[in-house]
Write a protein that binds this ligand. Structure first.
Ligand code: DQA
Length: 139
């Protein structure tokens, strides 16, 4: 099984950014844990702060990967273009958030991508990614 973890803007700062919300572990370190936990899965990882690059990546893998675990960061709440990219490909996408966006500011309560994703996992810290991978493996 081939899965892409795709992180959007500011998620390169994990471990340094708003640690009370996002924790103090970098994604690079967490990604090593994920690879250890799922040795049977061909995982790859891409992060960009640029909306167009996220869309290009969805186009690139979205017809041949078994799934995409997407944390679109703030683009979740703004991007019709990322929602259209998800609709345009065949690979299923699971939306993830580290924080429980529904406990936070009201502008984080709306997602443009939820309705075109297989499901959403939010609020379990970095383990939201692990839960999404488990969901793909049980599909
Ligand atoms: C986030 C939640 C978003 O509202 C925020 O803009 C992020 C991170 C999360 O993982 O909790 O950048 O997607």
């Amino acid at each position: 099984m081939k899965l892409l973890i795709l992180n959007g803007p500011n998620l390169n700062l994990l471990g340094k950014r708003e640690v009370s919300i996002y924790g103090n572990k970098s994604f690079d370190n967490y990604y090593i844990d994920l690879q250890d936990q799922f040795p049977q899965i061909e995982l790859s990882y891409f992060q960009s702060n640029n909306e167009g690059e996220i869309i290009d990546k969805i186009h690139e893998v979205g017809f041949n990967y078994d799934g995409i675990v997407l944390n679109a960061g703030a683009y979740t709440h703004t991007s019709v273009a990322i929602a259209d990219a998800i609709s345009g490909v065949t690979s299923p996408v699971i939306e993830v958030h580290i924080s429980n966006v529904f406990k936070r500011e009201s502008f984080r309560h709306h997602s443009y991508i939820s309705s075109v994703c297989m499901g959403t996992i939010a609020g379990f810290g970095l383990d939201s990614y692990k839960l999404a991978i488990e969901a793909f493996t049980k599909k």
